[in-house]
Design a protein around this ligand. Structure first.
Ligand SMILES: Cc1cc2nc3c(=O)[nH]c(=O)nc-3n(C[C@H](O)[C@H](O)[C@H](O)COP(=O)(O)OP(=O)(O)OC[C@H]3O[C@@H](n4cnc5c(N)ncnc54)[C@H](O)[C@@H]3O)c2cc1C
Ligand code: FES
Length: 270
């Protein structure tokens, strides 16, 4: 699919936000899904790269939020309005939003914030009250904290940590999640049935593992968006297999691209 670039702007020293015109994606997409993208006519780029759908504000276009880490993302940062990306999607399962959800805690690390804005927007559009919607985001330093202004505009509760203490609390975002559930919103949580509370997390796999342990301790369901290397993005190459629990054999493999990228955290064998 051809997606024309409407804008491509730097939002931090290492991250860019790209707005793409593609009603076919916008119509179908749900939070947590991703696209496989490659620069049109780029002979070096044989394989597409996966990027989460970052936001959708109108029916005709969607946003990507990407960090420049290598050759392809560097090339993407050089694209201008009117250039095109060759896109496949929307792919993957996306987050499940239960109709009776009353309180949601979204946790992200670094560029893991990318899928969270679309999820926040969808939760706010649903029946969830912004005061029961918590966005916890952490990074190494303040320059890598993303999406907080947009989250602020949605009226949700925001908690920030940085490893160097340059913004928010000094420390890791999983520690903030622990504090939130144990102290900050304990009284609120005590009044809501456990099955009406959910954690949604995205970021590096070690963070997801910590978040999943916290979910287990507090008996709160936890959906995590896993990172994996992807070649095809739609279940053919088996390059993104991850070990999950299975009753009879003890474990089996699932594909992050087509069975995920979102999994119930209790399913994963870390
Ligand atoms: C489902 C899914 C959704 C994703 N969504 C996003 C998104 O919304 N925004 C985004 O920026 N990225 C996202 N990623 C990661 C993104 O696909 C990679 O950053 C991208 O493929 C890198 O391509 P490249 O050619 O620039 O780097 P490569 O040449 O492939 O890699 C360059 C170097 O960067 C390292 N690297 C690769 N990926 C990462 C990473 N994520 N973080 C740190 N180092 C990395 C490699 O190990 C290598 O050393 C997602 C990945 C998955 C699986
Ligand atoms: S990336 Fe090819 S099967 Fe998942």
């Amino acid at each position: 699919m051809n997606a024309k670039i409407i804008s491509n702007r730097r939002v931090s020293p290492t991250c860019w936000e790209m707005n793409l015109s593609c009603p076919e994606i916008t119509r179908e997409a749900k939070p947590g899904q991703f696209v496989m993208a490659r620069i049109k006519n780029d002979v070096d780029a044989f394989l597409r790269r996966p990027f989460s759908i970052h936001d959708i504000k109108d029916p005709s276009s969607f946003y990507l939020l990407y960090k420049v880490v290598g050759k392809r993302t560097e090339a993407m940062a050089g694209l201008k309005k009117g250039d095109s990306l060759d896109i496949l999607g929307p792919l993957g399962n996306g987050f499940t939003i239960d109709a009776d959800l009353e309180l949601a805690v979204l946790v992200s690390g670094g560029i893991g914030a990318a899928p969270m804005l679309f999820l926040l927007r969808s939760l706010v559009k649903g029946k969830l009250k912004p005061k029961n919607l918590y966005f916890l985001t952490g990074a190494k330093t303040k320059d890598e904290i993303l999406c907080t202004q947009a989250a602020h505009r949605l009226g949700v509760q925001i908690f920030i940590t940085t490893e160097d203490g340059s913004l928010g609390k000094k420390g890791m975002i999983n520690e903030e999640l622990d504090r939130l559930l144990e102290k900050t919103i304990k009284d609120k949580l005590d009044k809501i049935e456990k099955n009406k509370v959910s954690i949604f997390a995205s970021g590096p796999n070690p963070l997801l593992r910590e978040v999943s342990l916290i979910g287990e301790v507090f008996e709160v369901s936890c959906q995590i968006s896993l990172e994996a290397n992807m070649a095809c993005g739609f279940g053919v190459c088996l390059g993104c297999a991850v070990k999950v629990k299975a009753d009879h054999l003890g474990f089996k493999y699932k594909k992050v691209c087509s069975d995920g990228p979102v999994f119930d955290s209790q399913e994963i064998i870390w």
